[in-house]
Design a protein around this ligand. Structure first.
Ligand code: SF4
Length: 289
């Protein structure tokens, strides 16, 4: 397989065939994100992508899922994405699901008909970075979309039939707006009603604008107990019809996995016990991105 630059994928795609169709991220402006720093966004050539699918057809017969890397594969022009999905379907018939990152911009650029076409061709799950439902925080981190746009684009993805996984970041609002961020994120998650929510805990990446804000004192990194309080409020404010709320990323201090609404009260009680010091938190050295 031809890989260039940094390859990331959601934790749930750990066993997937990683097919890199773009290099970098078409936005590449979020202040906390150092994943594609200095990387010029580009779409890989059809020849390379087709060679990689042929390689997967020969050597990846046990992997039943494909993940389209990098940052927002949904930005591909319709015809190119259709060709990739059709080729995956033809050459890797054992693959049951294709996934990709999507953001508000790439979802906005596609019509409902185009999204439905991708869905029919096997693109089954989209991963969307919400980060926060708080508009002031979304502006501050330069996410490029407000909560109204996030809700609309989440609805657009769901109406096209995609499974939707939404990522939020504990600590991203700093100390002053911590609880507002938690409540507003719960509000937006409830409005989107995704199938999965993944809550990460902020880790500052040297070289990013947010890291420089932290160094200058303009941004405060909250303590683990404050992240837990944020998580508690966010979970309490999130009403999903039947989604899974995960906070079990390697970056988190207290791994949780809750099927909402049924597990909500039990998990809130567990968080309360952790806040009282009755449940151990993950030590700093064991956290990772
Ligand atoms: S957070 Fe996502 S959209 Fe923002 S720069 Fe990083 S990869 Fe791109």
């Amino acid at each position: 397989m031809h890989y260039e630059g940094t390859i990331i994928r959601p934790p749930s795609e750990a066993n997937s065939i990683l097919l890199q169709v773009t290099v970098g991220c078409s936005r590449n402006k979020c202040t906390f994100c150092g994943t594609y720093a200095g990387e010029r966004f580009r779409i890989k050539s059809d020849d390379i992508i087709m060679q990689d699918i042929a390689f997967a057809a020969a050597y990846c017969r046990r992997q039943r899922r494909v993940f389209l890397c990098d940052g927002d594969a949904l930005i591909l022009p319709r015809q190119r994405l259709v060709r990739i999905l059709q080729t995956i379907r033809d050459q890797l018939p054992w693959v049951t699901r294709v996934g990709a990152y999507a953001n508000a911009k790439s979802l906005k650029l596609k019509t409902p008909e185009e999204l439905s076409e991708f869905r029919r061709l096997g693109l089954g799950i989209l991963y969307m970075g919400l980060e926060s439902g708080d508009d002031a925080t979304l502006t501050r981190i330069n996410k490029g979309a407000d909560s109204v746009a996030m809700i609309a684009m989440g609805a657009k993805a769901r109406e096209a039939g995609f499974k939707l996984s939404v990522t939020v970041i504990l600590g991203i609002a700093g100390r002053e707006r911590s609880q507002i961020h938690a409540r507003e994120t719960g509000r937006v998650l409830s409005a989107i009603d995704p199938d999965y929510v993944g809550a990460l805990s902020l880790m500052l990446i040297p070289g990013t604008p947010l890291y420089e804000e932290w160094r200058s004192g303009a941004f405060t990194l909250i303590e683990p107990s404050e992240m837990l309080e944020e998580l508690r409020t966010m979970l309490a404010e999130t009403r999903l019809s039947q989604g899974l709320f995960h906070a079990n990323h390697a970056s988190n201090y207290l791994p949780i996995r809750a099927r909402l609404p049924k597990d909500k009260e039990a998990i809130l009680t567990m968080i309360d016990r952790a806040l009282e010091g009755k449940v151990a938190l993950k030590p700093e050295f064991m956290r990772a991105l």
